[in-house]
Ligand binder design. Structure first.
Ligand code: 5AD
Ligand code: SF4
Length: 447
């Protein structure tokens, strides 16, 4: 008989190996950690390669590009493993699971289970049922009516830990699949969130990274909005740093900026503010809820209220019907808003979305050409912006020390490294920046 994959690498016999491959955003990274934690509580042990696993999970993303194809090709790579390891089970979670549901299993016999974005906490039971009955399992129901209770589950919290505050989105931007894959927007209870952060602090966490598709529309059951949530976490817990993503420009307001400035000791001055396009007509067709001018006004409000605030953005090029002139408006926005980082994507049609049904789609080559032009322009602007940090002293929270070098992030979300012989992990230290590179800053410790 063929040995079990897990026996080959010396995992205790009674434990089964689980391998998870993760695609997409921080939410998925956080969901993967949640799944590992839940599965560890029910007799699984994480392994680092699919060959060692009795359970393989593909935590999928469908926000851009050929997501279903990616799932199929990864599952296909496991065909040989499944042939030699009869106890191997393969499942799909995340946004593709939610979007495709049973169709995934119908199209690919290798897939044993499908778990939607609201059913992650059921994963251990689903896998147990699968092993008992050998019947394929699916749970892709939305639980819109249930309270959103997700105390952070993390096995070995690092210096910085993700904390979900909202789930889902009600904005229905015409290009975006998220409202269909993550469901209606729900917020966690304020008191549960504060207690969650307190517990993480007790476990040594120094920074919480608050997550939501649109954090600015956080609304607790007792009427606490996002600005007051930040204030509450800053005042009621001993967390050292608070970060968050993603913001929606239409919901970003002066109150939030004022609170960020007032509590800047704790709330990092880095704001990811996805603009998507620099042209108001395109923004209207995207259903974004703001014009170019309103966006620029909000960006200026942030930069004026919070000295040294750092902005980054997301841009989609080649949205259906985007003309050369409209694209030029996006290019010229880079002259008006000083984005230190830019995440730009070619428009990609997504199922269920309005824009996918429109007829004026651009060719792939046009989209690629625009994307290259945009990145080239940003490259010219971004490096001089990084240079401004040279000779400045930044507060860096050290996340790792390896072979005499420490790596961490400044409050501006800059990656910083410097030489050290001490184990500074978890400490916030002052670093004087000596040289700026396009992606990182090199400095030395200020004693
Ligand atoms: N095509 C291209 N980019 C997209 N994004 C979301 N949907 C699409 C799509 N259909 C981008 C947006 C969003 C980021 C997370 O992904 O810029 O802010
Ligand atoms: Fe998608 Fe728009 Fe919601 Fe962001 S705000 S998740 S882009 S629908």
């Amino acid at each position: 008989m063929q040995p079990q994959a897990s026996e080959k690498v010396g995992i205790a016999k009674e434990k089964l190996g689980v391998f998870i491959s993760t695609y997409g955003c921080q939410m998925n990274v956080n969901d993967t950690e949640r799944m590992f934690t839940l599965l560890e509580m029910s007799n699984y042990v994480p392994v680092t390669s699919p060959e060692q696993a009795s359970l393989i999970i593909i935590n999928s993303c469908s926000v851009r590009e050929k997501p279903v194809h990616k799932v199929h090709s990864e599952v296909g790579r496991y065909r040989k493993l499944k042939a030699v390891n009869k106890s191997l089970k393969i499942g799909v979670t995340g946004c593709v699971a939610q979007q495709e549901k049973k169709k995934l299993m119908d199209d690919m016999d290798l897939i044993d289970f499908v778990v939607g974005t609201d059913a992650i906490d059921e994963l251990p039971q689903i896998v147990a049922r699968l092993r008992e009955s050998d019947e394929k399992q699916i749970d892709a129901k939305f639980r819109h009516q249930e309270a959103y209770q997700v105390d952070t589950l993390v096995r070995n919290p690092g210096v910085s830990t993700f904390v979900n505050i909202t789930k889902g989105c009600d904005n229905f931007c015409t290009f975006c699949v998220v409202p269909f894959t993550r469901g209606r927007e729900r917020s966690r209870k304020y008191s549960e969130l504060v207690d969650d952060v307190k517990r993480l602090v007790d476990r040594g966490v120094k920074e919480v990274y608050l997550l939501g598709q649109n954090v600015n529309s956080y609304q607790s059951e007792c009427g606490v909005n996002f600005a007051h949530l930040l204030k509450g976490i800053a005042l009621e817990t001993d967390i050292e740093r608070i970060r968050y993503t993603t913001s929606h420009p239409k919901d970003f307001n002066q109150e939030l900026v004022d609170i960020m400035q007032e509590y800047r000791e704790k709330i990092c001055e880095y704001i990811h503010l996805p603009v998507q396009s620099g042209n108001s007509e395109v923004l209207e067709r995207m259903n974004r809820g703001y014009t170019r001018e309103e966006y620029i006004e909000k960006a200026n409000m942030i930069l004026e209220t919070i000295p040294g605030a750092v902005l980054s953005t997301d841009i989609i090029v080649g949205f259906p019907g985007e003309t050369e002139q409209q694209f030029e408006d996006t290019m010229s926005l880079l002259d008006e808003v000083p984005y230190e980082s830019l995440y730009a994507f070619k428009y990609s049609a997504r199922p269920f979305t309005k824009a996918a049904r429109w007829e004026d789609h651009l060719s792939e080559s046009e989209k690629s050409e625009r994307l290259n032009r945009l990145f080239a322009k940003h490259k010219e602007i971004a490096f001089p912006m990084a240079k401004k940090y040279e000779q400045k002293t930044l507060a860096v929270l050290v996340e790792e020390v390896k072979e005499g070098r420490a790596f961490g992030r400044s409050t501006q979300n800059k990656s910083v490294h410097f030489a050290t012989s001490e184990d500074l992990v978890g400490q916030t230290v002052k670093v004087c920046i000596e040289e700026a590179f396009p992606q990182t800053l090199r400095g030395s410790l200020v004693q």
